[in-house]
Design a protein around this ligand. Structure first.
Ligand code: PLP
Length: 214
């Protein structure tokens, strides 16, 4: 799917990473995909993720947290994940920085953008991104990598693509402002092609890899 979307967009397939979203799928399914060469896995619930990590401690996995963040969970995130993609406020950046253990490399961070200004959805407003990026860039223990978005649920590919385009514009503005970013995390099972057409460098795929969740 990534290959054909890249071919359609005139992009090199190697420019898009696959994050396997394993929330609510069992350890055995992760183990199987890891054995086939998949490195990066994404989880949405901290407690579920910690249990899986313990059960998979014998294999090499890069863990990404992509779910909503409660501030009382940042210590677990800081200690047990290589990436947190769903950071949307100052307090979380400061806590992850302060709590990142000194013996680990900097935590890779994406700022989540609420690109369609949906009231119930996590994510920072586009107008708040420059300030958050500035803060993230100055904090020890963090490495700002880019942006993540989840567009409004709609049947219109045109609208979804426009949301991805706006996220890319936010990303480009941060790059122009001097941030060295390499990650535009956009696209899930249902919208991989428009995300890749708009410049995604990482698609987060659950259902299309593992089948439906319970
Ligand atoms: C669940 C989830 C995904 C994967 O969704 P699928 O439609 O199953 O591919 C991607 N990103 C985030 C943030 C998610 O919560």
């Amino acid at each position: 799917m990534i290959d054909s979307a890249c071919a359609d967009a005139g992009r090199d397939a190697a420019s898009v990473r696959l994050l396997a979203v394993s929330k609510r799928h069992p350890v055995a399914a992760i183990r199987k995909l890891q054995a086939q060469g998949q490195l990066a896995f994404g989880e949405n619930y901290v407690d579920e993720a910690l249990e899986k990590q313990a059960a998979l401690a014998d294999v090499d996995i890069e863990w990404h947290y992509i779910g909503p963040i409660q501030s009382n969970k940042t210590r677990d995130l800081a200690a047990h994940f290589q990436w947190v993609q769903s950071v949307d406020r100052e307090k979380i950046l400061k806590r992850l920085s302060a709590q990142r253990p000194d013996d680990l490399p900097p935590m890779n961070i994406c700022l989540q953008v609420n690109v369609d200004a949906e009231p119930q959805k996590a994510g920072a407003a586009p107008a708040d991104l420059p300030g958050l990026a500035e803060l993230a860039g100055g904090l020890p223990g963090l490495r700002l990598r880019g942006l993540m978005c989840i567009p409004r649920a709609t049947d219109s590919i045109t609208q979804t693509r426009a949301s991805f385009a706006r996220t890319r514009e936010c990303f480009e503005a941060l790059c122009v402002a001097g941030h060295e970013l390499d990650t535009l995390s956009m696209g899930m099972s249902g919208d991989i092609a428009p995300a890749i057409a708009e410049g995604s460098t990482m698609v987060r795929v659950g259902t299309a890899l593992f089948g439906p969740r319970d």
